[in-house]
Design a protein around this ligand. Structure first.
Ligand SMILES: Cc1cc2nc3c(=O)[nH]c(=O)nc-3n(C[C@H](O)[C@H](O)[C@H](O)COP(=O)(O)OP(=O)(O)OC[C@H]3O[C@@H](n4cnc5c(N)ncnc54)[C@H](O)[C@@H]3O)c2cc1C
Length: 370
């Protein structure tokens, strides 16, 4: 292959679309490998009460709008259906489930992409593996002794299971707040614990604030530092629902506890909260373990980037990583990565199209409208 794209979420599909549009044929010039069982990227795994109306501005993929979706339907269904239609409409021929285990040097300038379904050789790699497969759980003393249930956001089942229980939600981001808002009305009691004081922001999260947040992350990855959590650059945009929850005490935050006991969580100053369940909304890390053999990390612990290009190895592009870890960022990064990859490959594939139109006709029937 000229290019292997790893991952078929927003970032991988956008990359595949732009490769096709540049004349690269799926199956001949590039392949998209995805370990998930169905179309939808990480959205397919999100909890059923995360309805489409609750996501923050899902940006459409290039060339096909997602319009008119029912805000009451689970985002996993809406976006899963939309991605499935998209793959079909553009003939992207995603190979799934195929898990990339490692990417290594072939020794002749190419990369070997080792998977559970065979090995691909490629001249360039677009990595679009997101973060969902690498949930972050902080280690806390006594964690294994807890007698109740513990879930990370990545396996959060929705609020129903916590009916009548005492629940501690850990984490300072939007997922933690959303978990609390829906668990509090059914639970016997909730507590919210965060490492740092949460920063609520007023007013809409508009394009200008988005750009400022992206610029902060961009600066870090340009310096070879690992990207920080989303909330550290965006804050928590305040909504009416959150205001009400804050007024009723649901969003009264406690500092991080020092240990977990079989019956709850405890602080060194003697405070104790009894709990039947703990929900860890403590975020995710980039799922890039398969790139370890290439030794891309800098001494600062991150991967130094210039746009989507890895500075240590220009054959590798990371999309949906750091500054492009949002639906809008991932869509744009796909385009930027393909432009850069074409420069590396130094030629255009046969049959390159010069018009600006997509390679196949797409009727905008849009899953969302069905
Ligand atoms: C709870 C939650 C809510 C969010 N809500 C919003 C929102 O409202 N608006 C917004 O803009 N952004 C939101 N985001 C962020 C947004 O979802 C992501 O930035 C974007 O959708 C990620 O797209 P992606 O293509 O980078 O990754 P993903 O959607 O995670 O896709 C990555 C794909 O790569 C596959 N993969 C991973 N590892 C491998 C491997 N080794 N081999 C093969 N395949 C692999 C995965 O199976 C997956 O299918 C949210 C994130 C979370 C966690």
């Amino acid at each position: 292959m000229d290019v292997v794209v790893v991952g078929a979420g927003q970032a991988g599909l956008s990359s595949a679309y732009h490769l096709r549009r540049a004349g690269y044929e799926p199956g001949r010039d590039f392949v998209v490998l995805d370990r998930s069982p169905r179309p939808g990227g990480a959205w397919q795994f999100r909890w059923p009460t995360l309805t489409y109306g609750r996501v923050h501005g899902m940006h459409s993929l290039p060339g096909m709008e997602l319009a008119g979706a029912d805000p009451q339907r689970p985002s996993s269904e809406v976006i899963g259906g939309y991605f499935a239609d998209y793959e079909r409409a553009f003939g992207l021929r995603v190979r799934r489930p195929v898990r990339v285990r490692a990417v290594r040097e072939a020794g002749d300038g190419r990369l070997l992409v080792e998977t559970d379904a065979g090995v691909w050789a490629a001249r360039a790699l677009i990595n679009a593996t997101g973060t969902w497969d690498r949930p972050y759980w902080p280690r806390v003393r006594g964690q294994e002794s807890f007698a109740g249930r513990q879930f990370h956001t990545s396996r959060y089942p929705g609020p129903g299971l916590f009916a009548g229980e005492r629940v501690v939600v850990v984490g300072g981001g939007t997922s933690a707040v959303q978990h609390l808002l829906e668990i509090a009305p059914v639970a016997a009691a909730t507590a919210w614990v965060t490492r740092r004081e949460p920063v609520f922001t007023e007013g809409p999260f508009d394009a200008e604030r988005g750009r400022a947040a992206v610029a902060l992350v961009e600066e870090r990855v340009r310096d070879g530092l690992p990207p920080r959590s989303v909330v550290s650059v965006t804050g928590l945009p305040m909504t009416e629902e959150m205001r009400r929850a804050r007024d009723s005490g649901v969003l009264r935050r406690l500092p991080m506890f020092d240990r977990i006991t079989p019956g709850g969580v405890e602080w060194d100053d003697g405070r104790f909260i009894a709990a039947d369940g703990i929900v860890w909304a403590t975020g995710f890390r980039p799922a890039i373990g398969h790139l370890a053999p290439l030794r891309l990390r800098e001494p600062g612990g991150g991967i130094r980037m210039d746009g989507t290009r890895v500075v240590r190895d220009p054959r590798i592009h990371l999309v949906g990583y750091g500054p492009s870890a949002s639906t809008v960022g991932a869509s744009r990064a796909g385009r930027a990565a393909v432009r850069a990859v074409r420069d590396i490959l130094g030629r255009s594939p046969e049959g390159e199209r010069t018009s600006g139109e997509p390679p196949v006709g797409v009727t905008a029937r849009g899953t969302a409208a069905r």
